[in-house]
Design a binder for this molecule. Structure first.
Ligand SMILES: [Zn+2]
Length: 134
């Protein structure tokens, strides 16, 4: 199992920080155009004044597919940072093998190796009554 060294983890962490900033830029710009007029004013104010973490709380109750997608990405980053803190970052959560540095550079939040990810998606698709990849 090839473990990531500190330098590689720092680089991946920096990639996630960039992505985090981008997600929140998008979330803030989308928030201000959401909901009815009164709601928009509240959202616009929170988007301007709240911290990222504070905004996450606000967003928990927002039912918008685009924001949900951004939120999922943000949660993936939170989970990846936890794995870094626990020292398990870069290990597949399913089989325990290395996720692979190349794969992490492309998907810094990846929690499974490519084999387990494919298997996971295949099972998920089967469970949802679909066959094959999207
Ligand atoms: Zn695996």
């Amino acid at each position: 199992m090839s473990r990531l060294d500190r330098e590689q983890i720092d680089r991946l962490d920096a990639l996630m920080n960039e992505r985090w900033a981008r997600e929140f830029r998008e979330i803030r710009s989308m928030l201000a155009s959401l909901g009815e007029e009164r709601q928009r004013a509240v959202f616009a104010e929170r988007a301007a004044t709240a911290t990222d973490e504070g905004l996450l709380q606000t967003l928990a109750g927002v039912d918008d597919p685009l924001i949900r997608q951004n939120l999922q990405d943000v949660r993936d980053i939170v989970a990846a940072r936890q794995r870094i803190a626990q020292g398990s970052y870069g290990e597949c959560t399913d089989c325990g093998e290395s996720v692979g540095h190349e794969r992490l550079l492309a998907y810094p939040t990846a929690k499974r190796c490519i084999g387990c990810q494919r298997e996971h998606e295949r099972r998920k698709a089967a469970a949802e009554g679909r066959s094959g990849p999207r």
